[in-house]
Design a protein around this ligand. Structure first.
Ligand SMILES: Cc1ncc(C[n+]2csc(CCOP(=O)(O)OP(=O)(O)O)c2C)c(N)n1
Ligand SMILES: [Mg+2]
Length: 328
């Protein structure tokens, strides 16, 4: 779990640097080697590492617009994911999806920029496993700002009434872009929502990867054993802006500092030291993560740009005639 978490943090640090190339001093979203927006998850690592440690390749994971830490923990191919983020032809989606639309069928991972959108497909994957009598589970990750979406609430209901092997993991970072949670809902914690669907709702505080691991172990075990869905509500902190370039003028000055004080990686390192892991061993893990990330980014930068003539391939089942230059 420590390895996954430091890999994710290092990866995003390097992406952040690459993203800013060509964008300074005046921020220009279309300049530089990484096209489009970039949402970084520094501060969210504990939830992905603690949950995905229990998963196998055949289990399905869906993630939202802040997906890198989850993709890394699920075992998505780092080279092809990086090529996708850099918009290259050898990327997971041939460079057409970008950082919010990573799709890796080898490990059953998908994400989407539409919030709560991952919930229905996760329920669908759980339903498929159930119908095939397989013991695969599905996990949908989403943010606390997405829990008033119909897709989330309808998914909880269907998962509960059909007793499906699915776990909903809400990463509660206090913010939905510029909107603090108390301005969105009077419900104090997302875990309480589970009561309305008669399923267990578990809150995990303190950015604590080991506590997430334990709660997720129970939830995923329950799902695998045919005992139905669980809602996990995990406290994380958003160390960065909502996206790269966010001036965060809405955010009280001390809130960013507060987020940085709750460092899940430091917390887990401390736990490991208490259990006899020494600093050299931790440094070794960090060094190999740095190398892995550097290699993936170097590889991605060398990859070819997609051929413009292939822009419509894999996008439409039946290509509209207008897209192919027809008269209709
Ligand atoms: C259906 C839909 N509505 C609005 C948006 C615009 N949007 C993008 S991220 C976001 C807030 C997400 O907050 P949260 O779910 O808490 O995730 P976080 O960004 O904090 O990780 C919104 C409203 C969207 N992507 N999809
Ligand atoms: Mg949020």
């Amino acid at each position: 779990m420590y390895e996954q978490m430091v890999t994710a943090r290092e990866y995003e640090q390097r992406l952040q640097e690459a993203y800013l190339e060509g964008k300074e001093p005046a921020f220009d979203i279309s300049a530089g080697p990484i096209p489009g927006e970039l949402h970084l998850a520094a501060g969210h690592e504990a939830s992905a590492a603690g949950v995905c440690a229990h998963l196998r390749d055949e289990d399905t994971v869906t993630a939202p617009h802040r997906p890198h830490h989850i993709a890394i923990a699920k075992g998505v191919d780092l080279d092809r994911m990086t090529a996708e983020i850099f918009g290259r032809e050898t990327g997971l989606c041939k460079g057409k999806g970008g950082h919010m639309h990573l799709f890796d069928p080898d490990v059953n991972f998908a994400c989407s920029g539409i919030i709560a959108q991952g919930c229905p497909p996760a329920v669908g994957a759980a339903m498929a496993a159930d119908k095939r009598n397989e013991d695969a589970v599905a996990v949908a990750f989403l943010g606390e700002g997405a829990v008033d979406q119909g897709a989330f609430l309808e998914s909880l209901n269907l998962a509960a009434v059909q007793n499906l092997p699915v776990v909903f993991v809400v990463e509660d970072n206090d913010w939905a872009i510029s909107m603090p949670q108390p301005r969105i809902t009077d419900v104090k914690t997302t875990a309480q929502r589970a009561d309305g669907f008669d399923m267990p709702g578990i809150r995990v505080d303190h950015d604590d990867a080991i506590a997430v691991y334990e709660a997720a172990g129970d939830a995923i075990g329950r799902a695998r054993d045919g005992n139905g869905p669980t809602l996990l509500d995990v406290q994380v902190h958003r160390r960065m802006g909502h996206f790269m370039g966010d001036p965060q003028t809405y955010r009280p000055e001390d809130d960013q500092e507060r987020a940085k004080r709750h460092d899940s990686i430091e917390r887990l390192a401390e736990d490991l030291r208490e259990h006899g892991v020494d600093d050299d061993e931790l440094a070794e893990v960090r060094d190999s993560a740095e190398q892995r990330v550097a290699d993936a980014i170097e590889w991605a930068r060398e990859q070819p740009e997609p051929d413009p003539a292939a822009a419509h391939e894999d996008v439409f089942v039946d290509e509209p005639t207008a897209a192919s230059g027809g008269d209709d």
